[in-house]
Design a protein around this ligand. Structure first.
Ligand SMILES: Cc1ncc(COP(=O)(O)O)c(C=O)c1O
Length: 421
């Protein structure tokens, strides 16, 4: 028995499903999850002394690769000075000022401890600001595990409409629209627009495959929001500081009223943030009446990790290098029958589809049926070849600045062999 298998058996005795977040359990690919004990650059090492080239990258935060020396220095330096004060401190100030100075629609921001918390807080703020209760979300978009967002959420919930334990009254305050469907959106706003406090969207949905949205669709959403006094929330927990420093708002030129961040903003430490228009953010306590707080919020070590990470992304050159590696992956995977790549920058989704029409998939309704079993086979073939993909056909892969051309070529070569097998 491998040590991972042994650890997993022990973990299932003390933890639901043996893991602390569902997708880690390999339920969608079968087998035993790897227990990872260390990581360096583009590679991770399991407790059985095997190294893998990592294309999961902790589901997104590690855009500079694992154990980046500058982030490590910042973290150890900060920790040496103490790691939790429960007071105002200079670390979050530096990170806030960096973001506010570079991202024009972020006039104010508040740090929290996760993407879930950021979304939950942004929704409360939107409801307070508008005096309305209803929230619009999109089928297949995941916004963390706050009750109101566990409705048609994708990722670990793919195929499941709701989580158990969400009160019907809470679910009733969330309405769901389809991605890539402008008439549907217009109909929904015509019927319920005046009741909608906020529309929340992943502007590049990346939790149920990677589903690039047409600019016209995002424009239509922004316009409908404006017409109906509904606040537009861009959930950039994955895309913020990844598709560009200013995320998808920068790429689309659409200014959301509020934006939520997570993952990269904490450099791999537990950090989220909600942010946006000053007049809205000034409603948050203690400046205003919308309560939100956190004992460990703006933890100095996490803030130092976020700052060291964002400082290395702020001039934009990292995104050019990431795009180069992405294009290399495109070109190497071009002619593999039954496999295609949907990619935006450093985010990629491997689509296993024998009847590939060549059309970009933009909504869960278009997800090719029956791709789970083939994905499980490919996943394990790659694992045997020393390559770690996110363990689900619905999750996207992540490139980091630590991935070399050789890493990309190794991924393509392993996929070629696995698809032929
Ligand atoms: C778009 C989006 N929003 C929110 C979240 C929730 O973030 P967290 O897992 O940090 O709570 C995620 C997590 O994957 C996400 O992808």
């Amino acid at each position: 028995m491998s040590r991972s298998a042994d650890f997993y058996a022990r973990a299932t005795a003390v933890t639901p499903g043996g893991v602390h977040s569902p997708v880690r359990a390999f339920r969608r690919v079968g087998g035993t999850p790897l227990f990872i004990r260390s990581a360096q650059g583009s590679r991770i090492e399991d407790v059985d002394d095997r190294w893998y080239t990592d294309f999961c990258m902790a589901f997104g935060p590690m855009i500079l690769g694992h154990t980046h020396p500058a982030v490590l220095d910042a973290v150890t330096g900060a920790a040496a000075g103490g790691w939790s004060f429960g007071t105002a401190e200079p670390y979050s100030l530096a990170l806030s000022e960096l973001i506010c100075s570079r991202v024009p629609w972020v006039e104010n921001l508040r740090f929290v401890n996760s993407g879930t918390e950021a979304v939950m807080s942004a929704l409360r703020l939107a409801r307070a600001a508008t005096g309305r209760s209803l929230i619009l979300k999109f089928d297949g978009c995941y916004h963390g595990h706050a009750d109101a967002m566990l409705i048609r959420a994708g990722s670990g919930l793919a195929g499941v409409a709701d989580s158990a334990g969400v009160p019907a009254g809470v679910a009733a305050d969330t309405v769901v629209a389809q991605l890539d469907d402008i008439p549907g959106l217009e109909g929904l706003f015509a019927a319920r627009g005046p009741e909608l406090a906020a529309a929340i969207i992943e502007p590049l949905p990346a939790n149920h495959g990677l589903l690039p949205q047409r600019q016209e669709f995002l424009d239509a959403l922004a316009w409908q929001c404006q017409q109906h006094g509904t606040l537009l929330i861009y959930d950039e927990v994955i895309t913020g500081f990844r598709t560009a420093f200013g995320g998808m708002a920068e790429i689309t030129g659409i200014r959301p009223d509020l934006v939520t961040y997570g993952k990269i903003i904490g450099g791999g430490f537990p950090v989220g943030a909600y942010a946006g228009r000053r007049d809205l953010m000034q409603l948050v306590a203690p400046a205003g009446p919308v309560y939100q707080a956190g004992t460990l919020s703006a933890n100095p070590v996490a803030m130092a990790a976020g700052l060291a990470t964002l400082e290395r992304l702020a001039d934009g050159t990292a995104y050019l290098a990431l795009e180069d590696n992405g294009r290399l992956l495109d070109s190497l995977l071009q002619d593999i029958p039954g496999l295609r790549l949907q990619r935006v920058g450093s985010l990629f989704w491997l689509v296993l589809d024998d009847e590939d029409s060549g059309e970009t998939i933009r909504s869960p309704a278009r997800f090719p049926a029956g791709s789970e079993a083939p994905f499980a086979r490919i996943f394990h073939a790659l694992l045997a070849a020393g390559i770690y993909l996110p363990p689900s056909p619905y999750e996207v892969g992540f490139l980091s600045t630590a991935h070399s051309e050789d890493d990309i070529r190794a991924l393509a070569a392993a996929l070629q062999i696995a698809m032929a097998g």
